[in-house]
Design a protein around this ligand. Structure first.
Ligand code: NAD
Length: 256
């Protein structure tokens, strides 16, 4: 029987790239995100791959909505075998100019939602003695950059939670791992290029060359398909001994 994956933030960027990889392998997918064309994306990918899909625009700042998202995945698609906690936002500003509300929103979406979604999926995964939780952290889960106080805090927190869930899940064949990408050219990064240009008083081309890709030994943005392939490996039945850890996909950034 086909397995089911709930991928948060899968109507854009990295999440959409991961969803396409899972769809090609026959996973049924709960698409999720705030993009207004979400239903069309879910339908098109269902048609192209002969899989079942559904779509939700649940707001990840709300714990109850997250619980309902997990319940809806099970009621419409039959189970939740893989949970990819991917949705995230960014804001770039020096700490003394960083709005409190923006800090709290980033912590809520990028970190707290990972806890709430994992908690909601846990009992189902435990009962079926199978679960794969994959958290999209970032190279900023293990390294810092200036002007990203909320994001770096949240992404480090996700790695901590990943370790705990790796330990707690072991008796139930539930694994939990994090992927730490370097820069991927998605709407999130395109906005960041503009913000960084303002914060550092550089042109957008200079931000890409002098700030973003400067830290990567491989001078290319990371393609979303590579993140999808890594997630597919972590979701596999035979990846059951890989847990509680993180995998970098950062063009050598964290080797320094
Ligand atoms: P993106 O902006 O393309 O997609 C983000 C997704 O999250 C969208 O579907 C959006 O609708 C959803 N989302 C945002 N706020 C939400 C909310 N309140 N409720 C529900 N959904 C919400 O971004 P992306 O670059 O694809 O980022 C995906 C993940 O990868 C994020 O966690 C990000 O931190 C991480 N990441 C990105 C990069 C990069 O370079 N792009 C690098 C490392 C890690």
């Amino acid at each position: 029987m086909s397995k089911t994956a709930l991928i948060t933030g899968s109507t854009s960027g990295i999440g959409l790239g991961i969803a396409k990889c899972f769809a090609k392998q026959g996973y049924n997918i709960m698409f999720h995100g705030l993009e207004t064309n979400g239903p069309e994306i879910a339908q098109q990918i269902a048609n192209e791959n002969q899989i079942k899909t559904a779509f939700s625009n649940a707001n990840l700042t709300n714990a109850e909505d997250i619980e309902k998202l997990v319940e809806r995945t099970i009621s419409t698609l039959g189970s939740i075998d893989v949970l990819v906690n991917n949705a995230g936002i960014q804001h770039v500003a020096p700490i003394d100019e960083f709005p409190n509300a923006t800090y709290e929103k980033i912590i809520a979406i990028n970190m707290n939602s990972v806890f709430y979604a994992s908690k909601a999926a846990w009992k189902h995964m435990k009962n079926q003695k199978f679960g794969r939780i994959i958290n999209i952290s970032s190279v900023h889960g293990i390294r810092a950059s200036e002007f990203k106080s909320a994001y770096v805090t949240a992404k480090h927190g996700v790695i901590g939670l990943t370790k705990v869930l790796g330990l707690e899940g072991a008796p139930f064949n539930i694994t939990c791992n994090a992927i730490c990408p370097g820069y991927v050219k998605t709407p999130l990064v395109e906005n960041q290029i503009k913000d960084q240009a303002k914060a550092h008083q550089l042109s957008e081309d200079e931000v890409v060359e002098k700030i973003m890709l400067k830290k990567q030994a491989v001078k290319d943005f990371i393609p979303v398909e590579k993140i999808g392939e890594m997630a597919l490996f972590l979701a596999a039945e035979n990846a059951n001994t890989v847990t509680g850890t993180h995998f970098t996909l950062d063009g050598g950034w964290s080797a320094q």
